[in-house]
Design a binder for this molecule. Sequence first.
Ligand code: C2E
Ligand code: CA
Ligand code: CA
Length: 557
Amino acid sequence: MFKSNKNDKKITIYKDALRITLIYTIIASLWIFFSDSLLGKITKDINDIKYISMYKGLFFVFITSALLFFLIKSKLFEINKSHIKLAKSYQNLKNTHQKLIIIKKELNEQYKALKSSHEKLIRNAYYDFITGLPNRILFYEMLEEMINIHKKNKKRLAVIYLDIDNFKTINDIVGHIKADNLLREFSQKLLTVIKDGVFLSRIGGDEFGFIVPEINDNIDIEHCLKKLNGVFRGEWKLDNYDFFISISMGISIYPDDAYDAATLVQNADIALNKAKTSGKNKWCYFQKEFNVEIIKINEIENGLRHALSNNEFYLVYQPIYKISDEKVKGAEALLRWQHPQKGMISPNDFIPIAENSGLIIPIGNWVLKDANRQINEWKSLCRDDFSISINTSIKQFQDSSFLNIIKEFSSVGLLNPNNINIEITETSAMEDVETTINALYNLKELGLKVILDDFGIGYSSLNYLQTLPIDMLKIDKSFIMSMMEASKETKIIKNLIELAHVLRIEVVAEGVETEEQFKILKDQGCDYIQGYLISKPISAGEFRDKFLPKKSHYDGQ
Ligand code: C2E
Ligand code: CA
Ligand code: CA
């Protein structure tokens, strides 16, 4: 296209030059022809002709010069005009070029931003922002991929779910930011101990997932589990607090436990749950029977939903004996569930399910009201300081209804705070220390006494004796049972009682079954005992008959 333009221009230039030459030739020839023939007609004198010819020539030169001047001038004007036009177009072109450079730069930047936000999106979608580890989604996709490969080459793999026991407590004590740092530290350490090919992911919260590809036997997994456990072993220092961290793990194996990623993950989670509910700080392999257990749990949960409205609950009472007074000074209210088909169900079997499902809130409120109704009924039979202890779980403190009932009943004189004690286990308290401390202070402000239950199992942190606002400490029955004269447990109990007394905390020993245990506890300065030695938990009527003075006006039950 450019070439044809150039040729066109060349042709135009030739044409123009030819035109000028032609015009000149024609005019000059015409001039010579006409002027000479005119001159011949005017004169024949040779001198005149010479003289006129000179002027004619000069005139010709003058005219042709003028003609040339106008022709060249008009052409030069034209050239100049196209020059200016060209310069203008060049400038425009330059500007457009500059603009294009800027646009290119902007486009480049936009592309870079787009690329980085795309990468960010991928990172957010597939990676955990706290630890930088692959997240649950990537874990799942990876597992599906590995299962597909293993389907062809007939290999086995294991999924391990790891959960830090009571991480919530660490969170409560040191705050989220420091707890997140700790999670980061854990993930780095975990990365250093896992073998090449093991896929590590943060599933969420304090839960990590591992895919161990190509396992031959359980020895391979055991080796891996031991290594993972080793990461957390020892003392962790954070914010002047010393933490002993333990972990629970659940394991499921492809193809033994499931053929697809979803079921494999679900089974690892079930196994982890099992490890947690059976005391934490352990690992547990998935077993098919766990599914049967889940069905049972579901049945219990469904039954619990109707138990309150069907009046299937009742309370039994176990006396609490004051050693120095040699008298029963109170009772612990223990919940019983008479299931219409299954018969009596132990609280050990249904309380954890009620806690997990949140049903413990209405159930716990019922326990509070019924124990309070009972003490009001016994008012005329017992001394003012006689109290009933009720068991509570942390879930009830996370909800306002429990405290509201106490406030409401106290304000209308239906509840005397001196007659109700609140028992909370250390394990439950540790699930949410902040909420527990707040709730316990509120309860104490209202005049109720607080008892730390089951002390001696779980963490038995002496720190909590100072942190939690408690009035009494209940030493767990497992401790009392292994207690013999001069045994290690006896010495621990002695020191514990002394320490509690320094902190103005009274001590109750539960699960006291023998005279020997009673004697040891009495010698160590224990304040109260509770257990089969005095009485098993019994119905309200039996309790009244056995432990409350009979009064003639009592109308019976
Ligand atoms: P706990 O609070 O530690 O209650 C003491 C348990 O030890 C009771 O079991 C009681 O029957 C048993 N026990 C008492 N004396 C002896 C003894 O001398 N030897 C032996 N071997 N055992 C003794 P129970 O009634 O089956 O209650 C089990 C657990 O269920 C309770 O442990 C408590 O944690 C929970 N629980 C019971 N009622 C309630 C309730 O109303 N609310 C809540 N949240 N938990 C409850
Ligand atoms: Ca208790
Ligand atoms: Ca207890």
